[in-house]
Design a protein around this ligand. Structure first.
Ligand code: SF4
Length: 956
């Protein structure tokens, strides 16, 4: 028999020949590269659904078990080795590296990378490569000029010597424990072919390998042996037209294979999109896809997009924004699911000892399904628990038994991993935590109204299924993994193992509408064919990307292996060959379409670094036969929005529309005939802010920790009590009164300041501020004592009317002084900077003057910076000298503007404010300073124009 290689460019062209072969020989065995290719092949053969007698379609991984099965059915007992999956492979390599490290003190000094966690993956990859090339350990020793191998390896502290040493130990480990590396499968399968009965049965069974560009040596040897026993072999190879220098299947079987073409080649038609940045790249793609669909040239079903994982989030965002239905060609990896995200967030919270915000965020996660009542959240925000003990104490005392239980379970799970555990118990504990203790499947189910439609529920259940399967396989699969399975993993290693599992395990994609664009993340199956195929990020960073020398087996060591006469046939790809492989792969993607291939490229990447177009696209004479660029679309960042072009309603806004002046959203309320003078500064800053806060009463939930409002109330009460004590108990200073009253007032108004440890620093800060302010007030009082007559607290000011609006106010404290009249005082917790331009006290003075009462001065007493700030009246120019005590001039600031003048200004503002109140409309006042921390910037749309064009107040 013979090997026939059929080259093709378009997978679509395979339909006819594959059907013909299948119709002629129904007992054939197909081998394809991936699981997705199995389904695509069935579609090509027009075999769908549940049918009997489906053809055997294997991947390389199925080869060994498939052949063993044939053998078993013919009455032969075979012992099938257990195949290592990627996390178990990591576990075994880790075991060996630990053993070697324990046996050599020098090793870590000479090759420090050996102690790094990433080293296990590096060496694991190279072991795969050596096995795939069927490299005998003795042959590797030969390249190091070792005649024979001893336990006391003289080359152990050299990179290639270390690799050689571990390679030998790895093969022995697999042998001793009846395990198989995935790269070993063709070798084991070839050994099965030595069984006469199997050879006899396979003699008449054609093998059809579809979609392989080249083979590793172990695979080649399997094919050779098949050929030797007389099986017919057809290889369908994508033609990358890389020429004779490319080491592909044609070169590998050059001496024995017939080569033929499936059909005539034609160049791929390319449309190139050059854009500014990745987001624009995808948006430009999305709008052009829509145009194609609208023209009726294509349906969404005809389109596939290949997206690198770095673009995943933007791509999902853009496709959803443009309402392009999409489905994933392959399922998500576990580490992309929300369950894994939850596990990671729990771990971070545990590492930080359950801080308040992160923990409350976790407790509110929909997967736990708790609907925490507002009052309870307020209660927790006041106490700001952190640390497992504090959380459980507070929750337990407040009767939240379920929450207490959950936090205890979280904490004990992470303590278990911290203490170290083997992989078996690691999985069992994780599964127990999520499924039994936290009951996330049940809780997530209760959150959705229609489970059949909910992808999240599907994802949770698939995630748990995958965990369950792995836990079961670790506990029950035979043979066991050997001593590595019993190794105690440190906390970091435990997480590394779990990470590996989550990175390598996919869940099945959920069912989506058939009329959807197919998305392939990172790579597509070889048999994928679509009318339009899109490759995102056709940059040099992606194609070919960075090709580095493997640290333990660099090109020099590889060349030595190739040149060694004993090692004929071994070919470990060199750096330039790895680049060629990448180019061949790129070309395969160009031919994944039957009509057009679109390539997109952006000038900068997501981090703003410049990008270059892939060198694989450089046009030269040779490549004209491969592809032709039929159209090029350029969209630089300066053309962010379509201008003068068609735009897609609901997803895009054309620039010409944006350039029209935009209206500010003006909050409208029922007309009012009343205003509170304490709000005047808020209205002056921004009328809309005043409306949101004081009329509509839109407040954000209180932040955790110190309650500023309670502090303000507490200080007001303290000052009124302290002044009363000061005037009744002669001989006591204001400072002494404050000292005496402090505990009582705190306990009666804001007891948590005393009882919550985390608030103690605020209590101390406030106490010191109060004492400083008491000292200043005492000194002022002493200076004015002779004129002092009486004090009023919380006095209602005489109301007055402007344009039918009645304005009211209440003063914190008013002192009555002989000859001077009244002095207004207002206590503020913040610093004096905030009141430099305040009109509040000026409006109070205005209210008094309208009732024919004279005001000598008005002052803000600011706790935060111990300042007294204010204005005095024209009539009492000398009041500043009488008021400012010696040694306190830095704490008292009397503004030049006289009280009458600022009161006049206040009145002008009141007139405008009255207009707003009677009309009920309040225009936003965009101002950088006021808007910076405003909680309403979304409502007034200020946030929309931040960083963009500015419509300052007054502009239309
Ligand atoms: S963001 Fe600015 S304009 Fe908008 S409500 Fe706040 S202060 Fe007013």
């Amino acid at each position: 028999m013979a090997i026939t290689i059929h080259t093709y460019r378009l997978a679509k062209q395979l339909e006819r020949p594959l059907k013909e072969i299948y119709e002629a020989r129904k007992n054939l065995i197909f081998i394809v590269p991936s699981r997705e290719d199995k389904n695509l092949l069935l579609e090509m053969l027009s075999l769908k659904g549940f049918r009997f007698n489906l053809p055997q379609i294997w991947q390389w991984g199925d080869l060994y078990s498939g052949l063993s099965d044939i053998l078993r059915r013919s009455g032969f007992e075979t012992v099938v080795k257990r195949q290592l999956d990627p996390p178990d492979h990591w576990l075994v390599v880790r075991h060996l590296v630990h053993d070697i490290l324990a046996s050599s003190k020098e090793l870590k000094e000479k090759i420090p990378a050996v102690g790094q966690p990433a080293f296990i993956e590096t060496i694991g990859r190279q072991l795969h490569e050596l096995i795939g090339e069927d490299t005998l350990p003795e042959d590797l020793s030969t390249t190091l000029n070792c005649k024979s191998c001893t336990d006391d390896c003289p080359h152990l502290t050299e990179p290639t010597g270390l690799l050689c040493h571990i390679y030998k130990k790895y093969l022995n480990y697999l042998n001793e424990n009846d395990l198989a590396d995935s790269a070993q499968i063709p070798i084991l399968a070839r050994k099965l072919l030595d069984t006469e009965s199997l050879a006899r049965q396979l003699k008449d069974r054609p093998f059809v390998l579809v979609g392989f560009m080249s083979f590793m040596r172990a695979q080649r040897e399997f094919i050779d042996t098949l050929d030797d026993i007389g099986a017919s072999i057809d290889i369908f190879k994508p033609d990358s037209t890389m020429g004779d220098k490319f080491y592909d299947a044609e070169q590998q079987f050059a001496e024995k294979a017939f080569i033929g073409k499936v059909s005539e080649d034609r160049p791929a038609k390319i449309r190139l999109f050059t854009c500014g940045d990745p987001r624009q790249e995808l948006e430009t793609l999305a709008r052009n896809l829509w145009f194609k669909v609208e023209e009726g040239v294509l349906t969404f079903k005809d389109i596939a997009i290949e997206i690198p994982s770095s673009y995943k989030n933007i791509a999902e965002d853009v496709l959803n924004a443009y309402r392009i239905p999409w489905k994933s060609g392959s399922g998500k990896y576990l580490n992309e699911t929300m369950c894994w995200d939850l596990v990671k967030r729990l771990k971070i919270a545990k590492d930080e000892n359950w801080p308040f915000l992160a923990t409350i965020g976790l407790l509110s996660n929909p997967l736990f399904g708790f609907d925490l009542p507002k009052e309870f959240l307020e209660f927790l925000k006041e106490r700001i628990p952190s640390g497992a003990k504090e959380w459980t104490d507070i929750l337990c005392k407040s009767g939240a038994t379920e929450l207490t239980r959950i936090i205890k379970k979280w904490d004990s799970f992470f303590d278990h991993i911290k203490r170290g555990s083997n992989v078996e118990s690691l999985f069992q504990r994780l599964l127990k935590l999520l499924d039994d203790e936290l009951e996330i499947r049940k809780r997530a189910g209760a959150c959705v109204t229609d489970p059949s439609l909910d992808e999240s529920l599907y994802e949770v259940s698939k995630f748990l299924e995958a965990l369950e399967k792995k836990a079961l396989s670790l506990a029950e699969s035979l043979p066991e993994l050997g001593p590595a399975q019993k190794d105690m993993l440190s906390e970091a290693e435990g997480w590394e193992y779990l990470n590996r599992f989550a990175e390598e395990t996919r869940i099945l994609p959920p069912k989506r509408k058939r009329e959807s664009v197919t998305i392939y993340f990172d790579s597509s199956p070889v048999l994928a064919t679509h009318k339009l195929y899109v490759v995102i990020n056709a940059t040099s960073q992606q194609w070919p990307g960075k090709i580095t020398d493997p640290p333990l087996l660099n090109d020099e060591a590889r060349r030595m292996i190739h040149e060694n006469a004993n090692l004929a046939g071994i070919h470990l790809p060199l750096r330039h060959e790895r680049r060629q492989q990448k180019e061949a792969l790129f070309r395969r993607h160009l031919y994944a379409s039957t009509e057009e291939t679109w390539l997109t490229f952006s000038a900068i990447d997501a981090q703003g670094r410049p990008n270059k177009l892939s060198p694989f696209l450089e046009m030269d004479g040779e490549k004209e036969d491969l592809y032709i660029i039929v159209e090029e679309t350029r969209r630089p960042l300066s053309k962010l929005l379509p201008e003068g072009e068609r735009f897609l309603r609901e997803a895009e806004v054309p620039k010409d529309k944006l350039s029209r002046p935009r209206r500010k959203p003006i909050p409208s309320v029922k007309p009012k005939d009343e205003g509170y003078l304490s709000d005047i500064d808020t209205w002056v800053q921004c009328p809309a802010l005043y409306a949101y806060r004081s009329i509509l009463k839109l407040f954000q939930p209180k932040e955790a920790g110190l309650d500023a409002q309670k502090c303000g109330n507490m200080l007001h009460l303290l000052w009124s009590k302290a002044w009363k004590m000061r005037s009744s108990e002669k001989g006591l200073s204001l400072e002494a009164c404050v000292e005496q009253l402090w505990e009582e007032v705190v306990e009666s108004t804001y007891p948590l300041l005393n009882h919550i440890r985390k608030l103690h620093r605020h209590r101390e800060r406030l106490r010191l501020q109060v004492l400083r302010l008491a000292r200043i007030q005492e000194e002022i009082y002493l200076k004015l004592r002779t004129a002092f007559a009486s004090t009023e607290w919380e006095r209602q000011l005489p109301p007055f009317t402007i344009n039918d609006v009645s304005f009211r106010g209440r003063a914190d404290r008013i002192d009555h002084l002989k000859e001077i009249g009244q002095i207004l005082w207002d206590y503020k917790t913040a610093g004096s900077k905030n009141y430099e331009n305040s009109l509040q006290l000026a409006s109070y003075a205005l209210a008094l003057s309208k009732a024919d009462q004279k005001t000598g001065g008005a002052f803000y007493l600011c706790h935060s910076d111990s300042m007294c700030l204010g204005h005095i009246s024209k009539e009492h120019k000398g009041l500043d000298k009488r008021l400012v005590p010696e040694g306190y001039s830095d704490n008292i600031k009397i503004k030049r503007e006289k009280l009458e003048d600022i009161a006049k200004r206040a009145e002008e503002q009141l007139i405008s404010w009255a207009k707003d109140l009677t009309s009920g409309s309040f225009e936003p006042h965009y101002d950088r300073k006021t808007c910076k921390d405003c909680q309403y910037k979304v409502l007034c749309r200020k946030s929309e124009i931040e960083g963009g064009e500015w419509l300052e107040n007054g502009e239309q």
